[in-house]
Design a protein around this ligand. Structure first.
Ligand code: G1P
Length: 242
């Protein structure tokens, strides 16, 4: 089955205050590059040639100016506009046509991490009908989707739980089989008014089709002032591997 790449780069970036008043979070600098370069390079580093970027109306022009056709990155870029921020799963739903009949590797545009994705893809490759997530041990799991593990399997996932059942955060790196778009169509908005990617992953837990790989190297999102500073520090100390 073919594999297509999706970078989700929408959202309002409100947690970054004045930094995102006139630009998109994923265009802010992390080390020597705009943030969006990192998820893109993770995908092209795997040899993925077709990449879709989803963002809002306000800054799509800037992404096109930055990445163009994708020629400079060895890929073909396709762009889709998310009219209003309605959650990660809603943004992914816009990739349905682009991904028809393919599996899709989805990376949240603000996820910065060390490990190349070869081992993740190899593990997922042995289970073509399953969805696959990357997990990372963190000291503040309440901020994330959190996986409950038993006997080497994910048996539950909760979004930003008050009482996390483990310290394994679900990172913003997901591989889905083609039926993910049918799953997204069945979702209802969560309490924060969004179609949650955690609800998608819960479907694959229920149907026993969710696998995972644990990331060894560092992983952070860069969606708050603190985590953006951390991301810059990490990238300077030890640049991500593609
Ligand atoms: C989102 C997901 C969450 C995941 C996180 C990773 O959270 O909802 O499950 O752990 O990305 O970066 P958000 O950044 O929307 O709060």
């Amino acid at each position: 089955m073919t594999l297509r790449g999706v970078v989700l780069a929408g959202g309002k970036g409100t947690r970054l205050g004045e930094l995102t008043k006139v630009t998109n979070k994923h265009l802010l600098p992390v080390g020597p590059y705009p943030m969006v370069y990192y998820p893109l390079k993770k995908l092209t580093g795997l040899g993925i040639q077709e990449v879709l970027l989803v963002s809002g109306t306000e800054h799509m022009g800037d992404f096109v100016e930055l990445l163009g056709s994708g020629r400079g990155h060895g890929c073909n870029m396709t762009y889709r506009v998310q009219d209003e921020a309605g959650g990660i799963a809603q943004a992914l739903g816009l990739a349905a046509h682009f991904c028809t009949g393919s599996r899709c590797l989805v990376i949240l545009g603000d996820n910065i991490f060390l490990d190349p994705l070869g081992p993740f893809l190899a593990a997922a490759g042995e289970h073509a009908d399953s969805a696959w997530v990357a997990l990372k041990r963190v000291h503040d799991p309440k901020r994330y989707g959190v996986a409950e593990l038993k006997d080497g399997k994910v048996i539950g996932i909760e979004e930003k739980p008050e009482r996390p059942k483990s310290d394994y955060a679900v990172a913003g790196i997901y591989l889905y089989p083609p039926d993910v778009f049918e799953v997204i169509k069945t979702l209802k908005p969560s309490r924060r008014g969004e179609l949650e990617i955690t609800a998608v992953n819960q479907y694959y837990v229920r149907t026993r089709r969710l696998g995972y790989t644990v990331l060894d190297g560092y992983w952070t999102d860069a969606g708050t002032l603190e985590s953006l500073a951390v991301a810059n520090q990490l990238v300077r100390q030890d640049p991500p591997r593609f």
